[in-house]
Write a protein that binds this ligand. Structure first.
Ligand SMILES: Cc1ncc(COP(=O)(O)O)c(C=O)c1O
Ligand SMILES: Nc1ccccc1C(=O)C[C@H](N)C(=O)O
Length: 397
């Protein structure tokens, strides 16, 4: 049984704050600060360029990738770190399209994060005439999978509502129609059990600054199923993905397996922070994590619905259809969130009317949730949000 009182001690949480936004940016793991300063001083400072070998910087993207891989049900040696998620989406989608060269349609849904859709639009434009991004309602995805589709590109958990796609069923349906799948796990990795290998997913990508607590701008990951790893063609064919980067050949030859999805120099300092953050996951059973996440989310929904009748649940009520976040709608959602933040309860707002709350058992307790609802109920009952300063839309995140 995972001991979440121990994991909580691994995080720095500012006094007086109840943090319900770990689904956007995880808090600082205490060990990360030490690890980063060690990387700066003992490694960069003392080793200088020798650090690439002596400190293992060169293997870091694969080493850290394997640790992320355990949390998303990936086979060892199938995940590599680097770049931002938007770039990893590009790489995965381009490689997936190349595996299905006779088809030109990418299917996605309007619950996807816009960056994924923008990346697809840009990529398809460069692929020339006939290529099309087809965007349907999340509920219509299954029926839209047919043999005209080259790639099904979905974010498993909807960033606004927390709605969870059935990865296994949709992947099976896609494969039956000859469609390659790309799954974005930004709101899944570290949020709930993911079984990439068992679902037979083809490609997956995700970020590490949310539930994995790697820090702002922490590097993203990419997964390629072993059956594609030696044939997938890297579209961003940088030297670190070359078979022999230090041979300095003039022609590109893809590296072995997942290594080919590396692009350029790894972000060593950011990876050090992430590596320390991943220590918090050692010994965490993903089934226990899911149970704790559901308990926190259900407690929140029950209490909010009982005490704040003006807030309308925007997330699926069925826990099996939800990730690890809960959203409520209110026309004054922005001002309400500002009032909450002013009282130390940090969640976030997504236009036009969504109040979004993330549940992260590694450092969040039921007492935190009850206290957060207490404060929210006071704000709603006394209309404490109805102030000029809370209505001014100054906050960008
Ligand atoms: C599902 C999803 N995809 C893509 C992104 C963009 O990632 P990045 O800004 O790291 O490229 C985000 C969050 O920012 C996201 O939630
Ligand atoms: N990377 C960021 C940088 C700045 C502000 C927010 C983000 C987010 O990650 C937003 C997130 N993807 C979301 O689901 O809203």
């Amino acid at each position: 049984m995972t001991d979440f009182t121990t994991t909580r001690k691994r995080f720095h949480l500012p006094d007086g704050v109840i943090y319900l936004d770990g689904n956007s940016l995880g808090p600082l793991p205490v060990a990360a600060a030490k690890r980063v300063s060690q990387t700066l001083e003992a490694e960069w400072g003392e080793m200088l360029i020798r650090g690439w070998n002596a400190a293992g910087w060169m293997e870091q993207p694969a080493r850290v990738g394997d640790r992320v891989g355990r949390l998303i049900g990936a086979e060892p040696g199938t995940v590599v770190m680097g770049d931002t998620l938007s770039i990893k989406v590009y790489q995965a989608l381009a490689a997936a399209l190349d595996l299905n060269p006779d088809r030109k349609v990418v299917l996605s849904d309007n619950g996807n994060f816009p960056s994924d859709l923008y990346i697809a639009q840009g990529l398809l434009r460069s692929r020339g005439a006939g290529h099309e991004l087809k965007v349907v309602d999340p509920e219509a995805v299954e029926a839209a999978i047919d043999d005209t589709v080259a790639v099904l590109m979905l974010t498993e958990v909807d960033y606004r509502t927390g709605r969870l796609h059935d990865m296994k069923a949709l992947t099976a349906k896609a494969h039956a129609a000859g469609v390659i799948t790309v799954w974005d796990l930004a709101h899944s990795a570290g949020a709930l059990p993911v079984e990439l290998a068992a679902a037979q997913a083809d490609f997956a990508v995700g970020c590490t600054y949310k539930y994995l607590n790697g820090g702002p701008g922490a590097p993203a990951f990419i997964y390629v199923a072993p059956r594609h790893a030696h044939t997938a063609r890297p579209s961003l064919s940088g030297w670190m993905g070359h078979e022999a980067p230090f041979a300095f050949d003039l022609d590109y030859r893809a590296g072995t397996g997942i290594e080919r999805m590396r692009v350029g120099t790894p972000p060593v300092i950011a990876l050090a922070s992430l590596e320390a953050a991943l220590d918090a996951w050692d010994g965490v059973d993903m089934g226990d994590l899911r149970a704790a996440s559901i308990a926190l989310s259900e407690c929140f929904i029950t209490e909010v619905e009982a005490r704040c009748p003006d807030l309308i649940l925007a997330s699926p009520r069925d826990t099996n259809r939800r990730g690890s976040q809960v959203s409520f709608r209110h026309p004054e959602g922005y001002a309400i969130m500002q009032a909450l933040i002013a009282r130390g309860v940090i969640g976030d707002f997504r236009a036009p009317d969504i109040l979004r709350f993330g549940f992260t058992p590694l450092y969040l307790t039921q007492d935190d949730v009850l206290r957060a609802v207490e404060i929210l109920a006071e704000i709603m009952a006394d209309r404490l949000w109805d102030k000029e300063e809370y209505r001014k839309k100054a906050r960008v995140t």
